[in-house]
Design a protein around this ligand. Structure first.
Ligand code: SF4
Length: 279
């Protein structure tokens, strides 16, 4: 049943969302880098439970260094993190990459998203000293003898202030572009999406994706080995994709047409999202 009748055409012509959310002419605020493909969990709400990542292995140091150089060249000051559908602490270069990040782009913020199964107190302290600014630790389903529970008890109040510690029940889940059954059941067909306006995902092989929900890499925009990230971002193909999502044309692209993500912008009010969704 329609919560509210809204013509897609009307929405296309009179997008009610503030134009300042558009980043055309600006750059992304976050870069999520898949430094390794593997995870040590297969949660039911993750695509790893139903399929294999296309790219396997770990990001080569030359590729990581190239990304850092490209971000330094544009004086990047946004957020860096290391996930796609992986557990970044499994990467054999993890500490080296964290250290390199702050050497190349000291003004960035590094946020570690981790399942916490490998995050001992010693590693926590080492990562803070290497430049991690914020930790988002999620205790996923089916975990006993949880490593981070022990670490959490040892953290000082100041160290705890660097951590968002949550369980998987607290996650705002989605169906990951239609790959798994999770998240809201309502259709989001009329809802604009601003994820591609803000966040860039780079895969193990250096391929640039406009969305972290694109498990099967339907929308590859370029490769950082063949062009710079900023050129790829400013390409007509990328701009067109951002435009279509901004205008709520989810049906134009896979996996957007089957994606039920409603958190399309961190501060987008829930009331605004409800306006343009259908049941
Ligand atoms: S609609 Fe979904 S899949 Fe498409 S860009 Fe937005 S979050 Fe990603």
């Amino acid at each position: 049943m329609l919560e509210r009748m809204v013509s897609p055409k009307k929405n296309y012509e009179t997008n009610p969302f503030p134009v300042e959310y558009s980043t055309d002419g600006k750059t992304f605020y976050a870069v999520e880098i898949e430094i390794n493909s593997r995870c040590n969990r297969t949660c039911s709400y993750c695509p790893n439970s139903v399929g294999e990542r296309i790219e396997q292995g770990e990001m080569a140091p030359e590729i990581y260094q190239r990304i850092m150089q490209q971000l330094q060249d544009i004086q990047f000051k946004g957020r860096i993190s290391y996930e796609f559908f992986n557990e970044p602490m499994l990467c054999s270069h993890f500490f080296e990459y964290v250290e390199m990040t702050k050497q190349y782009i000291p003004d960035c913020t590094i946020e570690l998203y981790t399942n916490g199964t490998l995050l001992t107190y010693d590693k926590f302290q080492k990562l803070v000293s290497f430049g991690i600014d914020h930790f988002v630790v999620t205790k996923h389903e089916g975990i006993d003898q949880y490593c981070f529970d022990h670490t959490w008890k040892k953290l000082s109040d100041q160290e705890k202030s660097l951590v968002k510690y949550q369980t998987h029940e607290e996650l705002k889940k989605s169906n990951r572009g239609g790959v798994v059954k999770a998240g809201p059941e309502r259709s989001t067909v009329l809802l604009p999406c601003y994820i591609p306006e803000q966040i860039v995902t780079i895969t193990v092989a250096g391929n640039v994706l406009p969305c972290f929900e694109d498990f099967y890499q339907n929308n590859m925009m370029g490769n950082v080995g063949e062009d710079t990230l900023i050129n790829i971002w400013n390409s007509e193909k990328y701009k067109k994709f951002r435009y279509e999502l901004r205008k709520a044309l989810r049906h134009m692209n896979t996996p957007c047409k089957t994606c039920n993500r409603v958190e399309v912008l961190p501060d987008l009010p829930e009331s605004m999202m409800k306006e343009f969704t259908v049941k």
